[in-house]
Structures are given as C-alpha cells and as structure tokens.
Design a protein around this ligand. Structure first.
Ligand SMILES: [Zn+2]
Length: 429
C-alpha cells in the first residue's frame, strides 16, 4: 500500500471508529436514560448493574446528564457500611413534548413533561370542518404554548391524534368519513404551518398509548381503548406495542357490522356499529323514537323541536330517568357491548378502557356497556379483564399524541448529531 492510500485508509478507519464510539455512547446514554426515567432515583452502582455498563462509563455519562439538566445529585442512599452513595435523580421537567388531538370539533394541545404529566394545555374550536381549519386550531394552541413556561424546552416534534384512517407511513389521512375528509396530507399540512416535524396517528390509537404509558408501571402490557364520539374506534396495545396491522388501519371498531340490514354508512357498508352508537346515531335514533312516542319530558327539553335534539341531551335525559332516552341509550350501549365483547374474545386484553364524549357524558351509558360486556364476552377472557373509564377524559388523545414524541425523547436528547450540552428545545422555533 503506498503512502497516499495508507493515509486515506487510516482516515477512513479513524472516521469509522469515531462514528462507532459516538453511536456506542448514544446507546449507553439511551440505556441510562431509560433506567433513570422509569426508576427516577438510583445510585450509580444500581445504574451499572441495571445497564451492564462499567462504573467508569456510568461516572462519565451521569456527569453528562447533570450537565444537560436531565438529572441531579440528591441525598444519600441506604448503605451497608462504608461511604453512603449519592443518588442520581431524574429531572422530568428537563424537556417537554407537544401532543394534539380533536374531540367534538375542538382541538386540545397539551404540553407534557418527560413523565407524561400535563404541565400546560390550550384548546381551540374549529370554525368549520375543513382540514385547514383543523391545522389553524392546532397552530393557534401551539403558538400560545410556545410563549409560556414549557416553550423554551420543547422536544423538536409534535404528535397529532386525528380522526379517521391514517396511513402512518405517509402521514396521510386516507379517510375520515365523519369529517368528510379523504386523502388529506395532514402531517405535511401541520409541519408546514407550525415548522415542527409531526407524527400523526388515529386519535383512538394514541389514546391507547396514553393509558399504556401510565398503566405499564403496574404491569399492564395488553389493553384496548375504545372511543365513542362523532366516530367509534379502538386502539389496541399488544405486549406493550401499538398494534397497527398491515397498513395501520387495525382497530376500526366503528365499521364492524352489528345489524346486517341497519342504516347505511359512509364506508359503503350497512349496519356498522358507528351508525348505531355515535353521537349522530344516538341523536338520530332519539328523534325517531320521539316522533313515535311524543315523550313529554324529552320533547319539552328540545322545545317541541325534535329535529334539534343532540346526543348530549339524550344522554343527560337518560341519566335523569327519561324512558324514551333510556331506551335509546340502552340500545346503543348493547350494540357497543357486542363490539367490545368481540374485541375481548379476539385479543384477550388485561384492561378495556372506554372513553370519548358519549361515555364521558353518561354514567348510565358506561354502566350499561360494562354490564353487557359481562353478558356477551366469554367467561375465560373475562376472568382476566378489568373494564375502566378513560383516565384522561377529553385529553386522552392529546396526551397519547405527546407520548408519540416522548417515545423518541432519548433520540432527540442524545442524537449523535446534537452537540454536547445543547438543548432539545431550539429546533423548529
Ligand atoms: Zn361503516
């Protein structure tokens, strides 16, 4: 090998070694970060034991975490003789994640810390149902949050939970029948308007992620989140991962057939669950029932204009004991329970969470669905199941969307391209 090619060769080896060392260090940082984020307070020897790294490596990388503000030294741990160790404490407020989602045509954007706890929030209603109005609403909320406390430590991305079928690979909403959207390049629209990389997913899927983020600390690995509002959908977590299916459309619970000759659906089928239990369906069925029965109390509540009846009025009337409303809500609950029981038999989850405005507004609806699930699902999967109301209510989608960003937090915080001591907050501002 002549001199020139030897130098070139050495240069390549050196560059490769540097890259390898840098990537190796990143992997070690990921491991320490993940132990620290889940344990919160650990000693250096415990970090060494749990990550399998040498104490010398731990010492260097923990100092780096201190420098970056991701952790700080605290108190003294228990000791079995000798010098008691200083503990390393995680700082969940070192960086924040943005998550957005929509419910009843209103967008909520939350700012969560590295623990997934909400530290700030904003809401904005959509003036119309267009995708542009949706992006404007998100942008308005993000603009306000950027001006406040979490604004200078934001991770450089936003998660967005959207209605409809989402192709997560391309970031396109393939169809959202209840919004009248088809083939909307929503991820690009968000990125262009708020100048941050976006990750979009169906809002029920991200709501499932929100529940998993918290429930996993108690050993839950398999759960299903069911949303009932303008649409109906399920998010399925299997062994700690969101189950997406072949083209990220798994969980379309709203379009399973529960009544073969039932009402026509925008998906092209008839008798879809969504056509029997969504907000529109409940209002529609109550209007039909009212016209037939001329129920005094409910008719009075809508000023003798049954055509103006909305789902929230039907749900409250049912909770107040109105017989017509009770019949409509019970029928809807029974259809929903059939759909959920089928999911339980198919997936055998540990927990089913019920959420969305229809569930949140009506204790009666929730109770009836929970009771009917016990009648409909098989005894054996039921023996391992608990049914719960959504932990986060109307913010479930937004919290879950922020989890899409939090899942990548260590990549944002430690990417090899990022300068040491830099913050994750400045990108996209
Ligand atoms: Zn359908």
């Amino acid at each position: 090998m002549d001199k020139v090619s030897t130098d070139a060769y050495n240069g390549i080896v050196l560059a490769y070694r540097r890259r390898f060392l840098e990537e190796g260090r990143d992997q070690n940082r990921f491991r320490i970060f993940s132990v620290l984020a889940s344990r919160h307070r650990v000693s250096r020897p415990e970090l060494a034991e749990e990550t399998g790294l040498s104490r010398a490596t731990i010492a260097v990388l923990v100092d780096e975490l201190f420098d970056r503000g991701l952790a700080h030294p605290v108190g003294l741990g228990s000791s079995s003789g000798g010098r008691p160790p200083t503990l390393v404490e995680f700082n969940p407020n070192a960086a924040f994640a943005l998550g957005a989602s929509m419910q009843d045509y209103q967008w909520t954007v939350v700012c969560t810390n590295l623990d997934g706890d909400i530290v700030d929030r904003e809401t904005s209603a959509m003036p119309d149902q267009s995708p542009e109005a949706a992006v404007d609403a998100i942008s308005t909320c993000v603009g306000k949050l950027r001006q406040r406390a979490c604004g200078d430590r934001l991770l450089p991305s936003i998660g967005v939970g959207t209605p409809g079928l989402v192709d997560m690979h391309s970031g396109v909403i393939v169809s959202a029948a209840d919004m009248g959207w088809s083939n909307v390049a929503f991820e690009t629209l968000v990125e262009e308007q708020i100048a941050l990389p976006a990750i979009i997913a169906n809002r029920s899927k991200v709501a499932a992620l929100a529940e998993y983020w918290y429930a996993s600390t108690t050993g839950v690995q398999d759960l299903i989140y069911v949303t009932v509002g303008t649409g109906v959908a399920a998010g399925i977590i299997h062994r700690g991962e969101l189950y997406l299916g072949t083209n990220s459309s798994a969980g379309e619970l709203g379009h399973i057939t529960v009544l073969p000759d039932g009402p026509a659906c925008a998906c092209g089928n008839r008798g879809c669950l969504q056509q029997l239990v969504s907000e529109d369906a409940i209002a529609q069925r109550a209007r039909m029932a009212l016209r037939a029965s001329n129920d005094g109390a409910l008719m009075e509540a809508v000023g003798n204009h049954p055509e103006q009846l909305v789902a929230s009025q039907v749900l409250s009337a049912a909770d107040a004991g109105d017989p017509t409303a009770l019949t409509v809500v019970s029928e809807a609950a029974d259809f929903l329970a059939i759909g959920v029981a089928n999911l339980i038999n198919l997936f055998n989850p540990q927990v089913v969470y019920l959420g969305g405005p229809v569930i949140e507004q009506s204790p009666n609806m929730y109770d009836r669905v929970a009771e009917q699930i016990q009648q409909r699902a098989m005894a054996y999967p039921l023996s391992a199941l608990s049914v719960r109301k959504s932990t986060f209510g109307s913010e479930a989608g937004a919290v879950g969307a922020s989890v899409l960003v939090l899942k990548q937090a260590s990549s944002f915080l430690f990417s090899a391209s990022q300068k040491h001591g830099g913050t994750a907050a400045t990108a996209g501002k």
